[in-house]
Design a protein around this ligand. Structure first.
Ligand code: MN
Length: 323
């Protein structure tokens, strides 16, 4: 007797948790607020079918990166959570991987002052246990670039169907994949840039702003999900206000063409954008950024998805700011 083909849709509740960056106290506070309890070494929800989803960026900048990694990894291993990779984990992999070149071995991510500064807290906190850090690097290779479960999509910075196709089915990241992904112009490079860093537009001549580290920038991250209607750099920059309203200069069509938009009717969740606000809000009924800058005096937030096709601001939980 043949088994009829079927798709089983388990009723599922997902707690999508924003970028942690080593702020373990916020993570444990948030998990407890969501009702998770530590059993057999891992936090789990007592509700059947309720899981956490981490949007990446576990390492760098925060005070207890080891504690964060331990909690997240144990939850994933226990089947209590899913996790996607963030640009910080990907950058760490490239920072610690070499390739042979005609001029000798080279790191896949250059060890410039800026790159070193970004990764410094992680290096320092693992200074006495390099072997453990190597284990986490191996684990980072196994983290997916995106997940699609029960009618929800999760990616660190931007959903793009072409980019998703490029990284589908790659399995654990090999050195060969990493090498392709750091080669400008390759399809792997473009896919990883989009999925993990989102879309950036160069600003017109003479327009700059200071980023969160006080570095002057001549390109801005943009909201990639709206349809590309005529708009200005001020309107499209993200987080809102990144580019001052005094720079109300129209974005040319050639640049607008680089904004993919989101035409899906499936909710998509992300982190990455260092939002600052009194309380979290969704970007639209199908687009939700969960990063509220816990590593810059903000808070750690979770959106609890209970199967709804239209996201609502009544589904947020977040920790007190600071600390
Ligand atoms: Mn990020």
């Amino acid at each position: 007797m043949s088994v009829p083909s079927s798709r089983i849709f388990m009723p599922m509740v997902l707690d999508v948790i924003g970028d942690i960056h080593g702020h373990t106290h916020h993570l444990e506070d948030l998990l407890r607020l969501l009702g998770y309890e530590k059993r057999h070494g891992a936090y789990r929800s007592p509700e059947t079918g309720r899981l956490a989803v981490f949007v990446g960026d576990f390492i760098d900048r925060g005070p207890d990166i080891r504690g964060t990694l331990e909690i997240v990894r144990r939850m994933v291993d226990a089947g209590a959570a899913y996790a996607v990779i963030g640009n910080h984990e990907y950058n760490a992999l490239c920072f610690h991987t070499r390739r042979e070149t005609a001029n000798g071995p080279r790191w896949l991510r250059s060890r410039s002052d800026t790159h070193l500064f970004q990764h410094l807290d992680t290096l320092y906190q693992f200074r006495n246990d390099r072997a453990l850090f190597r284990e986490y690097l191996d684990w980072f290779r196994t983290l997916p670039f995106f997940i699609e479960i029960s009618g929800v999509r999760v990616v660190h910075a931007a959903w793009d169907d072409d980019a998703v196709r490029v990284v589908s089915g790659i399995g654990a990241m090999s050195d060969e994949f990493l090498e392709h992904s750091v080669t400008p112009g390759s399809r792997q490079f473009r896919a990883v840039e989009t999925l993990l860093k989102g879309v950036e537009l160069h600003l017109p001549e003479g327009v700059t702003f200071l980023d969160k580290d006080g570095h002057s920038r001549s390109a801005t991250r943009v909201a990639w999900w709206p349809p590309p209607t005529p708009t200005t750099y001020h309107e499209v920059s993200f987080p809102p206000g990144t580019v001052a309203s005094s720079a109300d200069i129209p974005v040319p069509d050639s640049a607008l063409a680089r904004i993919p938009g989101y035409s899906g009717d499936v909710p998509v969740f992300m982190g990455h954008y260092w939002l600052h606000a009194e309380r979290p809000t969704v970007q639209s009924h199908v687009v939700c950024v969960t990063d509220y800058s816990v590593a810059a005096g903000g808070f750690l937030a979770a959106y609890t998805w209970r199967g709804e096709s239209r996201l609502t601001d009544s589904h947020w939980t977040w920790t007190p700011s600071g600390g």
